[in-house]
Write a protein that binds this ligand. Structure first.
Ligand SMILES: CC(C)(C)c1cccc(C(=O)NCC2(NC(=O)c3cccc4nocc34)CCCC2)c1
Length: 247
């Protein structure tokens, strides 16, 4: 999969895409990430990429022309058709379902805004969809681009080891929160590791982990919990936990 990122801070994208799972996937040719800086395509001595907003008001707006020239260079670099995504507070919330959909694309162009945003005429003429990573004020779309690069790379077949992708599948399968994790030492001043995890009884361990995921999701994210389709076994685990609590 090829991902081109149009950003005034290509170094940030290159750095974040070079780490961990994404870095290894890039080395293995599973994903190719390329940054493109509109300043390199801005004309004139000052290479302007922004200017004051019509209608007045604070801040600056990213100009059409440098972005058109950058997008033309991006498309000229590779004939593969690309879906152009603008990372934006006005975008649809990013979900794992959307990540899976994007991971199926042969190529993405991620457009990152800075200042107060991008001239609307460029967006309406060139952007296929807008995606938001959350409802808070950010300085730019680059963090959103890094999130999408990480999430779609993890979904790419083979980017993860079997164990990790199994975990990924379980989370993706039903959208429950994760269970608590423990490692050495078994006994610590901060507390003991739950006995079941040291029992070697893999069925009991799997049941305990599922029960913990269910309880945590119900308690902390009722929105995710209400969306999920619970199996009979799930409901039994919850009754068991609720029963012991009421006793
Ligand atoms: C209501 C609320 C969401 C708080 C809001 C209302 C109005 C503006 C802003 C705001 O943050 N504007 C600044 C910019 N923000 C983002 O690019 C951005 C922000 C959030 C999630 C994102 N996912 O991708 C890109 C994202 C836009 C231009 C440069 C950065 C935020």
């Amino acid at each position: 999969m090829r991902i081109d990122v149009i950003t005034l801070f290509p170094d940030f994208i290159a750095q974040s895409a070079g780490l961990g799972v994404v870095g290894r996937a890039a080395e293995r040719g599973l994903v190719e990430v390329q940054g493109w800086n509109p300043r390199d395509y801005a004309a004139g001595n000052y290479r302007r990429v922004d200017d004051r907003p019509f209608g007045g008001g604070p801040g600056m707006v990213m100009l059409i022309e440098p972005l058109l020239a950058t997008l033309a260079a991006v498309k000229a670099a590779d004939p593969t058709p690309a879906r152009v995504i603008y990372l934006s507070p006005q975008g649809a919330p990013l979900t794992q379902a959307k990540v899976r959909e994007l991971a199926g694309q042969p190529r993405l162009v991620l457009l990152c805004g800075r200042y107060e945003g991008i001239d609307e005429r460029f967006l309406s003429a060139n952007v296929d969809e807008e995606i938001s990573i959350g409802d808070y004020i950010l300085s730019g779309g680059e963090l959103g681009a890094a999130v999408i690069i990480d999430a779609v790379t993890r979904v790419q077949d083979g980017a993860l080891g079997d164990a990790l992708s199994a975990v990924q599948d379980s989370f993706e399968g039903d959208g429950m929160l994760d269970c608590p994790h423990y490692s050495q030492p078994a006994s610590h001043v901060l507390g003991e590791v739950p006995e079941v995890l040291r029992s070697g009884n893999h069925a009991a361990i799997a049941a305990w982990r599922r029960q913990q995921s269910l309880l945590r999701t119900r308690a902390r994210r009722p929105d995710l919990f209400d969306e999920a389709a619970l199996s009979k076994a799930d409901r039994k685990l919850l009754q068991q936990a609720d029963g012991s609590k009421n006793r």
